[in-house]
Design a protein around this ligand. Structure first.
Ligand code: GDP
Length: 296
């Protein structure tokens, strides 16, 4: 994951190899490389600049200090702390209180919404001892409803669907009533996405959100799309004010920009990362673990 970013950062720390202490000059060289690494990973220039300005200030605080720790290691520690901070600092849990708790899933078509809905149900069932119900609200694509049904069967979680109903608000409300009647304590509502942002889709998701008042609205986005992922995340948030982000396809050859920039740009935390098509490949997002992975 983020191999190219990791390599470039390693290169930036190597510029400090053989140095006995941090100096204005070697800090400047190293920081320049760090900024290049971030920009190459698709982090917006403004964020990369602000990030490296902070790193520089912190490193200058250690300037000329003869330390037991080598300058390179000191820089790794400073960058690590700033990466954790940039990605939101701590883990942000989802709200699953309520009878039932309702979780609304939104995002563009192909982002991995339906797959994630299944993974979340699997996660809540296995790790949180919940009894989830999946609700299929993608009324435009029968294939999407079938896909959710197949996933539901695979993980042994029931799916509420109405093949002939074209009204997602109605299906969502009836799904929640069904969950109440059948003792499910979490309802996951999978909605329709489109290939790009359009007004009708936003209005539909807003209407569903308004009607069902979910505990949690999660926005799913394909991490492979880099800066586009960040822009889409911003547009969705401006319109539906979601609670958290799910980054998908982190198993692919992604550059890291989305993971690093979303919290800063949108102000909403990443809550899950999805890394494959199998149901088990979902992780709760830990900013510190992600920073460690990036720094190797
Ligand atoms: P939706 O249109 O947003 O519901 O997207 P889908 O859940 O149908 O996912 C679109 C495609 O991406 C499918 O082929 C999924 O198998 C695939 N997919 C979803 N999540 C991941 C992931 O984390 N990694 C990879 N490699 N593929 C994924």
């Amino acid at each position: 994951m983020f191999d190219s970013l990791s390599e470039r950062l390693e290169g930036a720390f190597k510029t400090l190899k053989g140095e006995s202490k941090l100096t204005e000059l070697n800090i400047a060289q190293s920081v320049k490389e760090i900024r290049r690494a971030l920009v190459a990973a698709d982090v917006n220039y403004k964020i990369a600049k602000e990030f490296t300005d902070t790193v520089k200030d912190k490193a200058l605080g250690q300037e000329n200090v003869l330390n037991a720790v080598k300058p390179g290691q000191l820089m790794v520690k400073i960058v690590n702390d700033e990466l954790v901070d940039l990605m939101g600092g701590t883990v942000t849990d989802i709200d699953i209180k309520g009878k039932p708790a309702v979780i609304l899933i939104a995002g563009l078509q192909g982002s991995g919404k339906t797959t994630f809905s299944g993974k979340l149900a699997y996660h809540l069932k296995g790790n949180r001892r919940k009894s989830p119900l999946l609700v299929a609200c993608d009324v435009y694509r029968p294939a999407a409803i079938n896909q959710l049904s197949v996933i539901g069967e695979q993980i042994n979680v029931p799916v509420y669907k109405e093949m002939d109903n074209q009204n997602p608000v109605e299906i969502a409300l009836k799904g929640i009533a069904h969950a109440q009647a059948h003792g499910h304590d979490v309802v996951i509502v999978d909605t329709a996405g489109r290939l790009s942002i359009d007004e009708k889709m936003m209005e539909e998701i807003s209407n569903v959100k308004e009607a069902i008042q979910p505990n949690e609205t999660l926005f799913v986005v394909d991490a492979m799309t880099g800066q586009d992922a960040v822009n889409t995340a911003k547009s969705f948030n401006d319109r539906i004010n979601y609670d958290g982000v799910v980054l998908t396809k982190l198993d692919g050859d992604t550059r890291g920009g989305a993971a690093l920039s979303i919290k800063y740009t949108v102000g909403k935390p990443i809550k899950f990362v999805s890394m494959g098509e199998k149901m088990e490949t979902l992780d709760v997002f830990h900013p510190d673990r992600m920073a460690s992975r990036i720094l190797g």
